[in-house]
Design a binder for this molecule. Structure first.
Ligand code: LLP
Length: 428
């Protein structure tokens, strides 16, 4: 739940704002973010790392949720920014984010995207392959600059999460594989390549991870790798980016690790393994996405149709669905819903909140308890702050929802709802 969620007069309030009134004023489907929750998590992350390990930074992985306002807030809260393509970079530029704090990711950044990033003056490009290394070197040369780079290494750590979002194991399209010592050999190419400066390594083992030991294992592999590089190639590797991936609770029964425990585990691992392998403690970075924004966000819908299939299930159709939240259809994700105008009442029925799209798998919440639903109710689905708006689509000509930030009793529209004109503005 967002930190400021509360029930007043049977209505759900977030940030001191009545969700029922907000839904009726702004229309639904509607993404709502608790700004205090968002800022609290950003601050908590930064503090959790800084207090344990001075030379550290937190990078917000903007793929989780992106608009100009969240970029401005991340900057105000002292975070760096991870962008994974030209479109995310453009948002950061438009929002005035300092380019030296931008980290560019992606396994197939196009030459045009690399050129945009390098000429914008981004802080680090996380090089994902040998071919890309040559491209970055060439483009930086053409632009007459020396670009600081990391190499993304695939540490071969199996994180305990959904296979679609597991990225650090050996069979991965991301990064330089350690198989056949390939990554190690490529480090030499990176050191010798003109117009680039290798300043660090990066790894990311996956997302929605609950068990912290995977992060410790990844840190060990990376620091052992740094030790070997420093010894055999005789260069300093001053930075280590350990990626994102900390899980969040979608259900009350989910028990993810806290930000503090994650910080304790990773900083401890770095200190331990630096001591063990005789490596100077590097600047460390982490790049969380989900664990910064997921809990802060909710989605509001209006209930339009009710259908009971005897002996099967009850369908409650909402005015959104897989277009604003594809995670249920894609990963069979779980969410907790509430009827915002009956928030103080017990959840007495098991229902499926299905969407309005022409696809049977279109549901946001499957077989979960909720208050007695009626036409016109405002349904609220919790924990939709991450990977919902950024993975949204216009399927069936559905305009994308507005985004509202709430705080201290005030609601601000930070992204307006898409119009029908927006939908077809690009057609010739
Ligand atoms: N760094 C890199 C290089 C990443 O690829 C990702 C996520 C992150 C950081 C942030 O990871 P997080 O802290 O959010 O777990 N669409 C999926 C999640 C895909 C994650 C992709 N990479 C979902 O909805 O569950």
């Amino acid at each position: 739940l967002p930190r400021t969620a509360e029930v007043r007069d049977n209505h759900l309030f977030i940030g001191g704002v009545d969700m029922v009134k907000l839904a009726r004023e702004e229309g639904t489907a509607l993404y709502v973010f608790d700004e205090a929750d968002l800022r609290w998590r950003m601050e908590t992350y930064r503090e959790a790392f800084r207090s344990r390990y001075e030379n550290s930074d937190v990078i917000y992985a903007s793929k989780a949720f992106l608009n100009k306002e969240v970029v401005r807030i991340a900057n105000e809260e002292g975070l760096c920014l991870d962008v994974s393509g030209g479109g995310e970079l453009a948002c950061a530029q438009m929002a005035g984010f300092p380019m030296e704090h931008v980290f560019v990711h992606g396994n197939n950044k196009t030459p045009a995207e690399l050129r945009e990033a390098i000429s914008a003056g981004v802080g680090r490009i996380v090089v994902d392959s040998r071919i890309e290394l040559a491209r970055v070197s060439e483009i930086a040369g053409e632009l007459g600059v020396e670009q600081a780079i990391y190499m993304r290494i695939t540490p071969g750590v199996e994180a305990d999460t959904h296979e679609y979002i597991r990225t650090g194991c050996e069979d991965s399209k991301f990064g330089f594989t350690m198989l056949d010592d390939f990554a190690f050999k490529c480090v030499k190419d990176a050191i010798e390549a003109p117009n680039v400066k290798l300043v660090g390594f990066h790894c990311h083992i996956g997302s929605q991870i609950f068990a912290l030991h995977s992060f410790r294992e990844a840190a060990q592999v990376m620091i052992e790798f740094i030790a070997r590089v420093q010894k055999e190639y005789g260069i300093e590797i001053p930075e280590l980016d350990l990626g994102g991936g900390l899980g969040v609770a979608y259900l009350a029964t989910d028990k993810p690790s806290s930000i503090d425990d994650f910080a304790e585990c990773t900083t401890r691992a770095v200190k331990d393994f630096c001591a063990e392998y005789g490596v100077a403690e590097p600047r460390i970075l982490v790049e969380p996405g989900r664990s910064l924004v997921a809990n802060a966000g909710v989605t509001l819908y209006t209930v339009g149709i009710l259908k009971t299939l005897p002996g099967i299930r009850k369908y409650v159709a909402i005015d959104g669905g897989m277009s604003d939240n594809i995670r249920t259809a894609l990963y069979r994700a779980d969410y907790e819903p509430v009827i915002a105008n009956k928030a103080g009442e017990p959840r007495t029925e098991i229902v499926t909140l299905c969407g309005k799209h022409c696809e049977s798998g279109d549901a946001v919440v499957i077989d979960m308890p909720i208050q007695h639903p009626e036409i016109g109710d405002i349904a609220c689905v919790f924990t939709t702050g991450a990977y919902c708006s950024t993975m949204s689509s216009n399927y069936n000509g559905q305009p994308k929802p507005a985004v509202v930030f709430v705080k201290d009793g005030v609601a601000r529209v930070v992204t307006r709802r898409e119009t029908y004109a927006d939908l077809y503005a690009r057609d010739i």
